[in-house]
Design a binder for this molecule. Sequence first.
Ligand code: N01
Length: 506
Amino acid sequence: MSKSASAKSRAGNASSSMAASDRGDSPRFVIIGAGMAGILSAIKLKEAGLTNFTVYEKADRLGGTWRENTYPGVACDVPSHLYSYSFAPNPDWSHVFSPGPEILAYFEKVARDYQVDSFIRYGTEVTRLEFHDGRWLVETSTAERDEADFVIAATGVLHHPSYPDIEGIDTFKGKVFHSARWDHSEPIDAKRLGVIGTGSTAVQIVSSAVSSVSSLTLFQRTAQWVLPVANPEIGEEDRAKYHDDPEAMRAVREELSQIFEHNFANAVVDADSPQAEMLARMCTENLEGNVRDPELREKLRPPYRAACKRLVISPNFYEAIQAPNAHLVTEGIERVEPEGVRTRDGKLHELDILVLATGFRVDRFLRPIEVIGRGGISLDVVWEKRPSAYLAISVPEFPNLFMLNGPNGPVGNFSLIDVAELQFDYIMQLVDLVCSGKAREVSASHEAAERFEDERVEAAKKTVWVTGCRSWYLDDRGVPAAWPWSFGHFRDQMRRPRLEDYELVA
Ligand code: N01
């Protein structure tokens, strides 16, 4: 069937359904997830007077990533004055990079201040979505049923822990857990702590925990480049200034945004840029200037270009790993035994607690929710090979379902809050098409989605992510599952939807 014929027949089918615009009701929204992006959606909908919505949250507390990651040293490596909603600056940030509990408290406060907490249905996991007769039928783990004109998926990116397949892990006598499932029942003080992995998470754990444990063993499969960025406290004087003069705070945000965009975000999408060179130089100087023992230095020297894996930002990792009670193990892991980790050289590293800082399954997105689009098509089938979405927001045949921080979007190189704010404003322009009666169903066209994907894969060839390393950015083909263009280009794309790229069903 041709696209226009299919659109016509759909128009026929749609006439039997009743969209909100026909009924004169306020459109009904379902938001999935009460993390940063879900809270943002709730605030923005409420501000727009669209109060017919529920935020479904599977946990009993909001905060997403910041609720789930409670490991020692958890912090955001995007500066706090940038990692804040543009409309809710926070004069009280304690540090340039504030700790995780403070960030969680910020989101809770914003949700309270904007009175969206009452819209959140806690302990209720969305399990199934089906597009039927022009609306989304929503099922939950608590056997609730809902119906919505629009679904906004704010389910996060780094959400499903990735567990390593290491023999004997269940035989360990001590505690073993993933970094995003920290078991606080067992304090680490004076314990022998083992950490597997050397990503941003492991580096934060090591830097924070080394001073309180009796020994810290870091199992490194691949060394990481580390960019040294100081994390000073924000003094009382500055905080008072931000209270008195919110303009000063906005200026700081803007300045940080410019620095981040021009020195970092744009560097990673152009491997040959002077900024990429500068990052590499800073990382090399950090390693060479701060690791004294030449043998340890070479073990910590990555065999790939800086920023190929997501850059680790830390002012004190090298200091921590050189502490007398810290041990860097680069020998491969053979298996886990009741007493600890046995490496391939036959050595047993005895431990009390073993932390798996082994990252996340980044290809899950909306799943495990079963999502059934037009004509019974399953998202699992559409995404069988790998997830994709036009501009990371919309999937053909899944009308009126929009994603924040969806597949292949700008992750890792910008503040995800800025990303979500721009995406939300864009999505609302699509919602307006329906609310104003210009269309009943809006989803990216197949042509646009395919073109976008082709262009994205082509552009990714220039990025630093493909210069010879393994990382969570790379999909099963080795193509970075991330926005491969500048932030300026993203901002331009988010300004106004190109309606010719959408299938609008009347
Ligand atoms: O995870 P990762 P992460 N045996 O995927 C190793 C964000 N974040 O949680 O490199 C041995 O980066 C794996 O080794 P290798 C940030 O975007 C942000 O640290 O594949 N090792 C790697 O070293 C970040 O990029 C903040 O060889 C195994 C590590 O585990 C993202 O989260 C803070 C292994 C996984 O590193 C993910 O970071 C923290 C195995 N079987 C995180 N399997 C902020 O501050 C995996 N590894 C905002």
